[in-house]
Design a protein around this ligand. Sequence first.
Ligand code: AOF
Ligand code: ZN
Length: 358
Amino acid sequence: MRAALSLARRGLGATWPNPSVGCVVVADGLVVGRAVTAPGGRPHAETQALAMAGPAARGASVYVTLEPCCHTGRTAPCTDALIAAGVARVVISIRDPDRRVDGQGIARLRAAGIAVEEGVLAAEGAEVAAGFCTVMRLGRPLVTLKLASTLDGRIATRGGESRWITGEPARRAAHGLRGRHDAVLVGVGTVLADDPDLTCRISGFKTVPLVRVVADSHLRTSLSARLVTSARQAPSWMLVRAGADADRRRAFADLGVSLIDLPAGEPGVDLAAGLAALAQRGITRLLVEGGAQLAAALLRQGLVDRLAWFHAPAVMGGDCWPAAQAFGVERLAAMPHFVRLGSVALGGDMLTEFRRAA
Ligand code: AOF
Ligand code: ZN
């Protein structure tokens, strides 16, 4: 199962709208088949691993990070492929929360006489499938907020200088984070200030292009911004207020930018509705890269599931720009709380990852 989980981790960011699933087929103590869900979500892991195993799958044990599907979607059900291959045992990490499956895959395997165990390394299985499970449970993607600041949480000097606060190893790790997400979201302020590309610049890392999303209620983004001029090479989507200027909308659409209409939020667009719209389009894992306004709005609304916080060993002081703008915390009890998952040193910098406290 650990091997299946590592395979599944490799597919993160590449299989949306489907979950990344890992599958290992073991016969007589030997691995005879292994696979991860293909880029784009199909074929599923099990059918590929069974194809690799061929006749060796008969009587084998199959380790899979998510309950095999039993619905006929764009591919035939994995349960049927497992039954047809004559496997003896299926070991599952977690159930598939998709209503078309949710225990029925397990029931179908058992009805065919296959021994099924579930709940093996369930915490790891849940972490790998967290994006897909969040969509199923909450109707929005898993949201990871990435920040890179000084020790006192500052992201730019009072003069506006921000390149670079963290060093090269930390910036490479940030590209790795992009690689494991389906889409990246920034606020329009960041686009105006930095004109970012928002691509994953580690070659070979990303097999499907990262979807770039800008929250831009009034279409203030320049038509010559990199995100706009490259919209035909990699997807660029914009979260806009319904009723934004029609000529500007047409200009963006003509350049290949896809506009998503949303109700007004305070400020900008209604972010909860924006996240729901992204889930509707298949996004399961969303990386938010700022700026400070967007970070504050998401934190205030309890929409941040994970934090990836890079700290540079430096201090700027209170007249410099904070990682998150004010969001009105009066009492300690009102702060969003997080639980530390782990930390790594990256050159002189530090990356700490957190999940929201339950
Ligand atoms: C599996 N193995 O590798 C994955 C599964 O639209 P379809 O037919 O591709 O089905 C998508 C659903 O299949 C998805 O919503 C989820 O429930 C499941 N994903 N299942 O057996 C896999 N990726
Ligand atoms: Zn399947």
